[in-house]
Write a protein that binds this ligand. Structure first.
Ligand SMILES: [Zn+2]
Length: 281
């Protein structure tokens, strides 16, 4: 069976220029992903359940795109130049600009699993990294870009939510080790990827549902909002990180007793976004 790199959930109500993408909730582990740590530990990198938690979004006119592959294998929320040369057996044939994420071992291809243990007991060839890019990363990015561009062309404006989840407490490799996190962290790269009013609207809506909200702390947003957010062109892109304690056990990945309440709150959020967008058009 050939697994597609992404799933697209089309609107089931009148379409709005609202795209949600979930780049890190993929659960299909390709056969050549020969990670060294146990699968259960590697899976702690996933934003498990995130695409399922937003499954109500198409009912409000949104389009939802989810990656099927694990971010520990190839991370769709990194730039293609965010290459970790320490992981490679041979030279990389293109320019590299390793980011802070690569320094932390979690660049385009992850060098470590959660907690810091090495992801591989070997080096990877440049060819196999290129195959991961071609087979999974590029089609996923093409799908998100095509959706955003088509809706912008049709409506003259588009809103993109880049959907994630985060550990309740950062580990030793995080920028905020040991510090408990808010329920939601919104990332607009310090106000550069969407109108400030959009970030404020999402923050106010979530706070009104009883959630604590932080902005750009500790997550500012990475590649997907950087690539798509051009507020001056009416292309608004916002990252939303949800605290995993709101919906699952972080070790077993099993939904907890709060899962259904969070799913309902996310439906309320998307309903509110639909109203916001209608008012802006
Ligand atoms: Zn994520």
């Amino acid at each position: 069976m050939t697994v597609r790199p992404f799933l697209r959930h089309a609107p089931t109500a009148d379409a709005l220029p609202l795209v949600l993408d979930s780049p890190h909730s993929g659960e299909h582990y390709p056969d050549d992903f020969d990670h060294a740590p146990p699968r259960a530990l590697v899976r702690q990198a996933e934003d498990t359940h995130v695409a399922r938690l937003y499954r109500g979004a198409p009912g409000f006119g949104a389009t939802l795109i989810e990656a099927t592959f694990p971010r520990a294998y190839i991370d769709a929320n990194r730039s293609l130049a965010d290459i970790d040369l320490a992981l490679l057996a041979d030279p990389w044939p293109a320019p590299v600009t390793p980011s802070r994420k690569t320094e932390q071992g979690i660049g385009l291809v992850w060098r470590i699993a959660r907690g810091g243990s090495p992801m591989y007991d070997r080096k990877l060839t440049a060819d196999e990294v290129q195959r991961r890019i071609d087979r999974w990363y590029v089609p996923y990015h093409a799908a998100v870009t095509a959706e955003i561009d088509a809706l912008h062309a049709a409506f003259g404006a588009v809103w993109h939510i880049n959907c994630h989840s985060m550990p309740a407490v950062g580990d030793a490799n995080a920028d905020d080790p040991g510090r408990p996190r808010a329920d939601f962290v919104l990332g607009d790269r310090d106000g550069s990827t969407c109108a400030p009013g959009f970030t404020a609207f999402v923050a106010d809506t979530l706070a009104g549902l009883g959630h604590s909200v932080a902005i750009n702390d500790p997550y500012k947003g990475v590649e997907l909002v950087r690539k798509h957010g051009r507020p001056a062109l009416r292309r608004h892109s916002l990252q939303i990180e949800m605290n995993r304690r709101l919906y699952m056990d972080e070790v077993t990945l099993e939904p907890n007793t709060r899962y259904a309440a969070l799913e309902a709150d996310l439906a309320r959020l998307v309903a509110a976004l639909a109203g916001y967008i209608r008012a802006q058009l």
